[in-house]
Design a protein around this ligand. Structure first.
Ligand code: XMP
Length: 524
């Protein structure tokens, strides 16, 4: 049976993946394609609906990103968002102009909730605006279905043709009714029934993988991160002992992490899989000794990882399939899907060896967003602690130690980081118990890093000359931009006092409040 699908056409706006995620939250499958995608290809995919995203261009300029007018004549419902709405009007004979001021931020709007797009949306609501251009005249056949003080056409429709345009961004959380609007579009206007569910994804994919792999042998580089763990368990449910997982402990993991991964996936854990743990910290420390250039570190760690992995793969013998935990944002960001600019390409330590003997790569999660991977993880019975793990860079603590790396410095950063995480988790779970939800300041990623700075302190009666720890905690949606999380001062004080008392070699604690940009989340 073919799955119902919405196509998201990407004009290069910053929220484009968010649009796709919100559609998926409505249990409707969607894929992102560049605006340059050929109209015939779009037709062949037989989408139930099309969404045109925002983007940085002005549709009336020469060489602006555009689409074929035929797109609006396919008989398929189309929803334009921000730039997408303006473009739809421009292409169909309306008028778009530059306003004197940019309309930006939370904005009150009045909607006509007799429109199918705004069914069950309160007449007066808030939305997130971010535009310079505005629709100054609607195209023939269109009527205005929402207005704001500065925007005479905050939303427009031609209901008989199933064409809709919204000037604001329903996909961001600052538009509280936004998901309902997208739901109205994909479920009611396009008629999608909601056939995209993670429980059926698990069942369907176990069967598909089993049929595809047959009696072949499968190898998986397991990092203990969410993606590779979910991929490994899915594969193990499909082909059992035909799968071997190799977990390389490069000595740059968080405190106790290697043992925790082994406890879940090793012989004592609930999954009956072939699990090989390679304790390789010594060889990594030797290779990294005296290196303080961040890119060199990343390169050395990445290469050494591959060498270790290859050695293990050779011991196993020829394998037919190699599993990778690639997820949909990796596909989109590598330019295979949408149009978004590649801001930073991370090489993942789970990266592929060039010449391991295998005939095919299997990427069972390549259609999924992170939140969907997590749901699949829960469906598969993977512990919540692992499923909701915060992101951890492939090069591990290697990018959280400024300057050269040694076992001693790894110990300091591991211990400080464990204290920081413990205190944040304790405070937030106490808060949750009395308030029902985590506090507003709860960071999306938080960790300790070791600065290369040593300074003078006093402990008891003794002078110290020790290292300073930096505490980093950020709020972020997509990890492309971030702001510092406002952790209560008392929590920071407890963390500071515990770190200095409990972690040998550290006598000072600093909080890094830099946003991204201009900083990055990791210090290196
Ligand atoms: P930055 O430091 O670029 O980090 O702001 C953004 C997000 O990516 C993670 N990160 C990495 N992940 N390999 C990875 O797999 C890497 O080399 C790497 N560097 C950063 C970082 O933890 C944050 O979540």
């Amino acid at each position: 049976m073919q799955r119902q699908k919405i196509i998201v056409i990407d004009f290069g706006g910053q929220y484009n993946q968010l649009v796709a995620r919100r559609v998926r939250e409505c249990n409707v499958y969607c894929e992102i394609y560049s605006y340059k995608t050929d109209i015939d290809k779009i037709k062949q995919m037989e989408p139930m609906g099309i969404i045109l995203t925002g983007g940085p261009s002005s549709c009336y300029e020469e060489n602006a990103a555009t689409c074929s007018p035929e797109l609006f004549k396919l008989g398929i419902p189309v929803l334009g968002l921000c730039y997408g709405a303006q473009l739809m009007q421009h292409v169909l004979g309306g008028e778009v102009r530059r306003a004197t001021d940019r309309e930006y931020g939370r904005t009150g709007i009045k909607v006509d909730n007799s429109s199918a797009l705004f069914a069950e949306v309160p007449e007066n609501t808030t939305c997130w605006m971010s535009h310079f251009d505005y629709i100054s005249k609607t195209a023939p056949g269109f009527k205005v279905i929402a207005t704001s003080d500065n925007c005479p056409a905050a939303a427009v429709e031609n209901a008989s043709e199933n064409l809709y345009g919204i000037q604001f961004h329903p996909e961001v959380l600052h538009t509280p009714e936004g998901t309902k609007m997208l739901y109205n579009f994909v479920r009611n206007i396009c008629g999608c029934t909601g056939d995209w569910r993670m429980d059926s994804f698990v069942d369907e994919n176990i069967k598909k993988l089993r049929d595809h792999i047959g009696s072949g042998r499968v190898l998986c580089a397991l990092s203990g991160g969410v993606d590779s763990s979910v991929a490994a368990v899915l594969l193990s449910k499909a082909v059992g002992k035909q799968l071997t997982c190799v977990f390389v402990d490069h000595g740059l993991l968080r405190k106790n992490e290697a043992d925790e991964v082994e406890a879940i996936f090793g012989a004592a854990g609930p999954y009956d899989l072939n699990f090989i743990r390679v304790n390789a910290s010594d060889r990594f420390y030797i290779k990294l000794a005296g290196i303080d250039d961040p890119e060199m570190k990343r390169k050395i760690i990445g290469e050494e990882f591959i060498r270790v992995f290859e050695e293990e793969a050779k011991k196993i013998g020829s394998v037919d399939y190699l599993v990778q935990g690639t997820i949909y944002p990796d596909v989109v960001e590598s330019g295979l899907g949408g149009e978004s600019a590649v801001i930073k390409s991370h090489h993942n330590v789970g990266g592929l060896p060039d010449y391991v003997d295998f005939k095919e790569i299997i990427e069972p999660l390549r259609d999924l967003f992170k939140d969907e991977v997590r749901k699949v993880g829960l469906e598969l019975g993977i512990p919540e602690k692992l499923v909701y793990r915060q992101p951890f860079p492939g090069p591990g603590l290697g990018v959280r130690i400024i300057g050269d790396i040694s076992a001693e410095k790894v110990r300091m950063v591991q211990d400080a980081d464990a204290i920081f995480r413990e205190e944040i988790e304790k405070t937030s779970s106490e808060y949750k118990k009395s308030n029902g939800s985590v506090p507003d300041w709860m960071p999306d990623q938080y960790f300790a890093a070791l600065t290369n700075m040593r300074s003078v302190g006093v402990m008891g009666d003794e002078r110290t000359f020790d290292y300073a720890i930096a505490l980093r905690a950020v709020k972020t949606i997509d990890f492309m931009t971030a702001e510092s999380a406002r952790i209560p001062y008392e929590v920071l004080e407890t963390v500071m006092s515990r770190i200095i008392n409990e972690v040998r070699g550290v006598n000072r604690c600093m909080v890094d409040i830099t946003s991204k940009p201009p900083g990055t989340i990791e210090l290196l």
